[in-house]
Design a protein around this ligand. Structure first.
Ligand code: F6P
Length: 331
């Protein structure tokens, strides 16, 4: 198959490094003499034929920019086959030879279903701060989100120390604990609450109090930081705050880092990952490979069937979890 035109779109929660990936797709494609168009607002652009024709000017100084110049969206309509069929027809009408979807779990489901209706390659590139895509060691944006969370926790540690307070810090991740676990390790947090190991609020409070007690016994005048994944604590974090305050007698505060984790200039790990995966996705289209994701394994790109990228197939690193338990000074 001779490839003349590739389309790219960004979909779902934006992630730092998506722009670096768009740039890589453009540069790698131009290298082969292939034209690149970008659909705007995720799959919505595909349904409305809302696209831009990229030129060199568009990708200048793009590698360092957060967000996505193509805008992003979650597209409800794409759940219906009639709309996906329309998208497939639009791609054919425009003479597109391959579609690259930069996004997360939900976006890949859409890509997988679209591939069933369209006879040209649809390739996914994992772009989400959550890192909850199986078949790839990392997703684009994850390292930057951790960096942002760590910087925030470091700052909170200063004020927590000054008042000898307990801080509960909520990080993003949807239903996955990757950001929580690794930001907790990197910021020297005292405890982390993860969806993957959470059993019940009662059990978890016992574990948190045990950790705080150990620390207080050995280090009077200290602060305590508990990192927790969003959407996890039954009834919300104010309930956890009140319980910890009552049980410890220590002033307890909640910090929700929130969408700040999705923004900012990508760190070097995300820029390099985005560049490798963008270039590899173009290779896959040129080689007429279909229904695949461009993942990264041990620093090298690898083709993975989209159906193997589902979130529930990716476990947390158990060594990291057990190691964090040993990071409390006992004497
Ligand atoms: O998937 C990325 C993510 O930032 C999750 O971590 C978070 O749960 C969700 O998106 C937030 O979505 P929204 O921006 O729609 O509130």
């Amino acid at each position: 198959m001779s490839v003349k035109k590739i389309a790219v779109l960004t979909s779902g929660g934006d992630a730092p490094g998506m722009n670096a990936c768009i740039r890589a797709v453009y540069l790698a494609a131009r290298h082969e003499g292939i034209e690149v168009i970008g659909y705007q607002h995720g799959y919505n652009g595909l349904l409305k034929q809302d696209y831009v024709e990229f030129t060199h000017k568009d990708i200048r100084n793009l590698i360092q920019r957060g967000g996505t110049v193509l805008f992003s969206a979650r597209c409800e309509k794409f759940r219906k086959e009639e709309h996906r069929q329309k998208a497939a027809d639009h791609l054919s009408e425009l003479g597109v030879d391959g579609l690259i979807v930069i996004g997360g779990d939900g976006s890949f489901k859409g890509a997988e279903l679209l591939q069933q209706l369209w006879d040209k390659p649809v390739i996914g590139v994992p772009g989400t701060i959550d890192n909850d895509i199986a078949g790839t060691d990392y997703t684009i944006g994850y390292h930057t989100a951790i960096q942002t969370a760590v910087e925030s926790i470091d700052k909170v540690r200063d004020t927590a120390d000054a008042f000898e307070r307990v801080f509960i810090v909520e990080v993003m991740g949807r239903e996955a604990g990757f950001i929580a676990l690794n930001s907790a390790i990197a910021a020297g947090a005292d405890h982390v609450v993860l969806p993957e190991t959470f059993e019940s609020a009662g059990d978890e409070i016992v574990k948190i109090l045990d950790k705080l007690d150990q620390r207080r016994k050995n280090h009077a005048n200290s602060s305590h930081i508990v990192v927790i994944t969003e959407n996890l604590w039954p009834g919300g974090l104010d309930i956890l705050r009140d319980s910890l305050q009552t049980e410890t007698g220590l002033e307890t505060r909640v910090l929700t880092i929130g969408h700040v984790q999705r923004g900012g200039s990508p760190v070097w790990q995300d820029r390099i990952l985005a560049s490798k995966l963008g270039a590899y996705a173009v290779e896959m289209v040129v080689n007429d490979e279909r229904g695949l994701m461009a993942g990264i394994r041990h620093r090298y790109p690898e083709a993975v069937p989209l159906e193997n990228s589902r979130e529930d197939l990716k476990p947390l690193n158990h060594y990291s979890i057990s190691m964090l338990d040993k990071m409390t000074l006992l004497d």
